[in-house]
Design a protein around this ligand. Structure first.
Ligand SMILES: [Fe+2]
Ligand SMILES: [Fe+2]
Length: 301
C-alpha cells in the first residue's frame, strides 16, 4: 500500500464497471476522413485509433500482472475494466483496416507503435502499471477536451465513426479511476507516475503527429497553410487540457475521482441498449433512439 492520503479510502467503494458489447458495422463507402469539415481532426483521431491495438493490450497486461497483489474487489472491477478495453481495441482494429487501406504508410506507423509498446513492456513491472495509469488519465483528458469541443468536432462528422470514438471516450471517463487504484494498491510512487506520464504524453503526441501527417500527406493537404494552422490550433487546444490534467494527477493526494466528469458523454452512454448491444448513433440534434449503432448484420450501422 502507499502513503498517499487517498489510499486510506477504500477503492472497493466503486462497483464493477458495466460491460457493453457494441459492434460497429462500417458501410463500404466509409471515408476514413470522417470529419470532412475538419480533416486534421479526423487524421489526429485516426492516429490515436491506429495505436489502440498496441496501447490498450499493454494496459490490460499491466493491470492483469497485478492480480496476485490486489484484493478481490479491485480485481473484480479490473476484470470489467479489461473487458471494456478489449471491446475498444477490437472495434478500433476494424476501423483501422479502413484507414490503412487508404493510407498504406500508416502500417509503418503501426510498426513503430508496436515497437514502442514492446519497449514499455520491457521496463519494470511498476513502471508499466504507472504508464497504464497515466495513459488512462490522458484518455480522460482527451474525453474532456472532446466534450468541450463536441459541436465543432462532431456535428458535421460521419455518425458511425463519430459514435465509435464517442462511445470509447465515454467509457474512458467511466473507468478513469480503475488503473490508478491498481497503481496505488501496488506502488503509489508519484515520482514514477510523473515520469511515466511524461513518457506517455510525449509518446502519444509523437505518434498522433506522425500518424496524422501520414494521412494528410496521403490527402495531399500538407502544402496547404490552413492544414498547418488547424493542426497547431488542435495541438495547442488539446495541450491546454492535457498538460494541467496530467500535472494535477501527479500531485500527492490527488486521485482521478477528484476530476469532474463531463456531463454529456456519460448521459449519452446511458442510452446503451443491452438487448440489442447498440448505442444511439451520434447526431448533432440529439438521439431519437431510432438511429443506433448496430451489431453486425443489422440494417443500420
Ligand atoms: Fe479504451
Ligand atoms: Fe481506458
Amino acid at each position: 500500500m502507499t502513503d498517499s492520503p487517498t489510499a486510506a479510502e477504500p477503492h472497493a467503494v466503486e462497483a464493477p464497471l458495466p460491460v457493453r458489447r457494441v459492434s460497429f458495422y462500417y458501410p463500404a463507402d466509409t471515408d476514413p476522413m470522417w470529419a470532412p469539415h475538419l480533416p486534421e481532426f479526423a487524421a489526429a483521431a485516426n492516429a490515436i485509433s491506429l495505436g489502440m491495438p498496441y496501447a490498450e493490450p499493454l494496459f490490460i497486461k499491466a493491470v492483469r500482472s497485478t492480480f496476485d497483489q490486489i484484493d478481490d474487489d479491485l480485481r473484480a472491477r479490473s476484470e470489467t475494466y479489461i473487458r471494456q478495453e478489449t471491446g475498444h481495441h477490437t472495434q478500433h482494429k476494424r476501423f483501422n483496416d479502413i484507414i490503412v487501406a487508404r493510407y498504406p504508410a500508416a502500417r509503418r506507423v503501426q510498426w513503430m507503435m508496436a515497437k514502442n509498446s514492446a519497449w514499455v513492456w520491457r521496463r519494470s513491472p511498476k513502471f508499466r502499471v504507472a504508464y497504464a495509469a497515466a495513459g488512462e488519465t490522458i484518455s480522460y483528458g482527451v474525453a474532456r477536451w472532446t466534450e468541450e469541443n463536441l459541436g465543432r468536432l462532431m456535428d458535421r462528422a460521419d455518425p458511425v465513426p463519430a459514435t465509435l470514438y464517442l462511445w470509447h471516450l465515454a467509457e474512458e471517463i467511466e473507468h478513469k479511476s480503475n488503473t490508478f487504484d491498481v497503481f496505488e494498491a501496488t506502488d503509489g510512487s508519484r515520482l514514477r507516475y510523473a515520469w511515466a506520464a511524461f513518457v506517455g504524453f510525449t509518446t502519444i503526441a509523437f505518434f498522433t503527429a506522425v500518424g496524422a501527417l501520414v494521412q494528410l500527406w496521403g490527402e495531399k493537404r500538407l502544402r496547404n497553410p490552413l492544414t498547418w494552422f488547424r493542426l497547431v490550433r488542435l495541438a495547442v487546444s488539446m495541450a491546454f487540457v492535457l498538460v494541467p490534467t496530467l500535472v494535477l494527477s501527479a500531485l500527492p493526494g490527488h486521485h482521478p475521482r477528484d476530476f469532474t466528469d463531463p456531463i454529456y458523454l456519460p448521459a449519452w452512454l446511458a442510452q446503451y441498449d443491452p438487448e440489442t448491444g447498440t448505442m444511439p448513433l451520434w447526431s448533432p440534434h440529439g438521439s431519437t433512439g431510432s438511429d443506433r449503432s448496430a451489431t453486425e448484420g443489422s440494417a443500420l450501422a
